[in-house]
Write a new protein. Structure first.
Length: 732
């Protein structure tokens, strides 16, 4: 690689790699020091680099950037490695530990014996390594394998970079294919489209186009179609119209409509995709999601076909039992809903905050238990399950734990052949359940049991594809009980009143009423701070979290206050806000670097994906209780239960002073702060604002512009997801 090998806007620098400051073992993100020029001027280089070690000569292409904390750094786009040629350089290279099974002593012996030909011997004549004292046949074999493995990673990364593909993808590809990864990329790149959802097709396409392959190569066209369907699923759709797929193939990937249509029909004929009539087009599903929708519809039909035994309690007995067990006097409306629920195999309870959903869950549980029925409670996330357990004062599980998810085999052990052992299954926060999870749940429900789904249909839909609670309600096939009356205690809460204004059953939505906001002499639960400049918003959030709220209201700045933001990027996105809030709420202290962030003792962190081995789940929030930089371990306290993370597991954590609204679903916090600016335009949605507001228990503060607030209230478009579940429920 020379100056011509760098893209026009890039700079090429050559130097000697002095030391690696940090390297993520999973994706090879690296921070290192490079000695450049005759004077050996030290610079910091950052980027995705695999197979590098001190002593090597690097040629790197990229550009200078200024990090707000660490100053000037050279950000690498591509790199090449030159192995050291001098005896001194070779010895330093091997002593660095880059090749497993070669320590400092063996490194010195190798160089003393083979001199400048040491690396040539290791690569081309590894059998000669036994000539060195302390190296037998077994050790020579291990050194040979370590050498190969070390260079495979680097060669793969360089292969990708020369084709304009991010080197960070090398870790994902290696995990999928191992040592044969480079051969697959060279000989059959579109294999990635099938094996690695999301990025697989884009990587394969970049490689094939670099090699001059035809844009109408059948493998490319099929991969493109499946890629587009996968993108649709990531956007929440369970299917895409064939017209949309064909149009995107043409506009984005330059595949003519006739070729795309032929390939789509071919995939459908093979059963890889499934199509059904949809308006003036065809709905195109992945096989898995089609079977899930059809399976849900079939199972609900089976459940509803089994008659319920006569109810053995009259309204007065039910009222007395609830009063006795829960010390609650049900309203006439609540009692009426409760009676009806007790007479159905499947039912939905939906309503906003303060309308009595929790009271009904407790009441249903109490009456079924009084009737001698075994009741189980579950929710989609760990935090939602914990909240459910606290309010009902009974054990509640995540749906995955209820179905006994087997991580190793990636399947549910509780299924149609081994159903849930319960007479009644109550699922809270049902709006968060996606199509596939509901399918696995409902087919594990015995047809002689009762399934009750409880949720707020106006909240954000599930992260996964589908909008199952909305579809079930719209189908009018399963009995639905709407809770609209706000109870007296809740009527006193500005948070609940304003949330219902945003929600509005007529689906028009209203801008919240801020006349109830507190003055200097009167505290309120709901505030709007009007500010339009993002920098000022950031400073205000910092002041609120570190000073105003703790001093005026008495809340703990880390444990009680949660900033919820619509975006990840930008000044008021999660990434920047977390760094700003960390600096003011948890300053100083030695920490551990991971993915460009510093984690410190007492930091507030969130777990990002379900980890069944550690028993921590997506959205769980904890505090770092200790960091050991020698063992590279971080210990997190999740409300009294400690979990240890190795350095390579740190990608499962993020700072949690500020989190996305999506990540807050199923949780409640004493104080919620929500920035709303027009820069968030793409994310300004009514259900997002409503979800954020309803996460706050005692205090909600919105910061931003009235224009952004009005935009969010009036934008109800995101509720529309392409899904065929309602239609299948009706037709069944």
């Amino acid at each position: 690689m020379d100056d011509q090998g760098c893209k026009n806007h890039m700079i090429m620098i050559e130097g000697n790699l002095e030391r690696i400051t940090f390297q993520n073992e999973e994706n090879h993100y690296t921070i290192a020091r490079l000695a450049t020029g005759k004077s050996n001027t030290m610079i910091t280089i950052v980027g995705f680099m695999a197979g590098i070690s001190p002593g090597q000569t690097l040629r790197v292409c990229g550009n200078w950037e200024t990090h707000p904390r660490y100053g000037q750094q050279f950000k690498i786009e591509t790199f090449e490695v030159s192995l050291p040629e001098t005896v001194e350089g070779i010895q330093k290279y091997l002593e660095s530990g880059v090749i497993q099974n070669i320590g400092p002593l063996i490194a010195r012996r190798l160089v003393q014996h083979f001199g400048p030909k040491t690396l040539e011997i290791i690569e081309q004549h590894p059998e000669r390594l036994t000539e060195v004292n302390g190296i037998g046949k077994a050790k020579a074999c291990r050194i040979e394998n370590s050498w190969k493995g070390h260079h495979i990673v680097r060669e793969l990364m360089q292969f990708l970079q020369t084709r304009g593909i991010k080197g960070s993808y090398s870790a994902i590809i290696l995990k999928e294919y191992g040592e044969g990864a480079l051969d697959i990329l060279k000989n059959d790149p579109f294999q990635l489209a099938e094996d690695i959802p999301g990025i697989g097709f884009l990587i394969a396409d970049a490689i094939s186009q670099h090699n001059g392959a035809s844009k109408t190569d059948p493998k490319r066209v099929r991969g493109c179609i499946q890629h587009l369907i996968g993108q649709g699923e990531n956007d929440g759709h369970t299917f895409l119209p064939d017209t949309t797929i064909i149009d995107q193939c043409h506009k984005t990937f330059h595949i003519d409509p006739e070729t795309a249509a032929f390939a789509l029909n071919e995939l459908a004929d093979k059963g890889t995709l499934v199509t059904e009539d949809y308006q003036d087009a065809k709905a195109v599903y992945s096989k898995e999601l089609y079977q899930a929708e059809q399976g849900i519809a079939n199972r609900f039909k089976a459940l509803l076909s089994v008659p319920m035994p006569p109810l053995c309690m009259n309204p007065e007995q039910i009222t007395q039992e609830i009063l006795k067990k829960l010390a609650i006097q049900l309203s006439f409306g609540q009692l009426n809903v409760l009676e009806q629920i007790l007479n159905h195999r499947a039912a939905v309870i939906t309503g906003g905050p303060g309308t009595g959903k929790t009271t009904l869950i407790r009441s249903v549980n109490a009456i079924f238990e009084r009737m001698g029925k075994l009741v189980v409670l579950a929710a989609p996330t760990g935090r939602a399950a914990k909240r459910l357990s606290e309010v009902v004062q009974r054990d509640a599980k995540t749906i995955h734990r209820l179905l006994k998810y087997n991580l190793k085999e990636q399947r549910f052990e509780i299924n149609q052949n081994n159903p849930i052992d319960a007479d009644v299954i109550i699922i809270d926060e049902a709006s968060m359940v996606d199509t596939l999870l509901l399918f696995h749940l409902i087919r594990a429900v015995p047809v002689t049991s009762v399934l009750i789904l409880v949720g707020d249909v106006f909240q954000l839909p599930s992260v996964g594809p589908g909008n199952v609670l909305k579809d079930i309600i719209q189908s009018n096939v399963i009995p639905v009980y709407y809770l609209k009356i706000i109870f007296r205690q809740a009527q006193e809460s500005p948070i609940i009143i304003n949330a219902h204004m945003v929600r509005d059953w007529n689906q028009k939505g209203e801008v919240p009423d801020f006349h109830t906001a507190g003055t200097d002499d009167e505290l309120s639960e709901f505030y709007f701070i009007q500010q339009s400049d993002p920098n000022t918003v950031v400073q205000t959030i910092k002041t609120l979290c570190s000073d105003s709220i703790p001093n005026r209201f008495g809340y703990d700045p880390i444990r009680d206050i949660q900033v919820l933001t619509p975006m990840h990027k930008g000044l008021v996105g999660t990434i920047n806000l977390n760094q700003e809030l960390q600096n003011i709420l948890n300053p100083g202290k030695v920490g551990m670097e991971s993915m460009g962030f510093t984690y410190k003792k007492d930091d507030k962190v969130m777990h990002l994906k379900n980890n069944y081995e550690k028993e921590v789940f997506n959205g769980d929030i904890g505090t770092i209780s200790s960091i050991d930089n020698q063992t590279r371990q971080v210990t997190v306290d999740y409300e009294g239960r400690t979990v240890v993370y190795e350095a390579e597991e740190m990608h499962e954590l993020s700072l949690a002073y500020a989190i996305s609204v999506h990540k807050s679903q199923g949780s409640e916090y004493p104080v919620v702060i929500v920035p709303l600016l027009t820069q968030h335009y793409i994310m300004l949605q009514r259900n997002l604002l409503y979800t954020a507001m309803t996460r706050g228990k005692n205090l909600v503060i919105l910061i931003g512009t009235r224009k952004a607030l009005s935009t969010a209230v009036n934008n109800d478009k995101p509720r529309e997801r392409l899904s065929g579940l309602a239609r299948k429920l009706i037709l069944n």
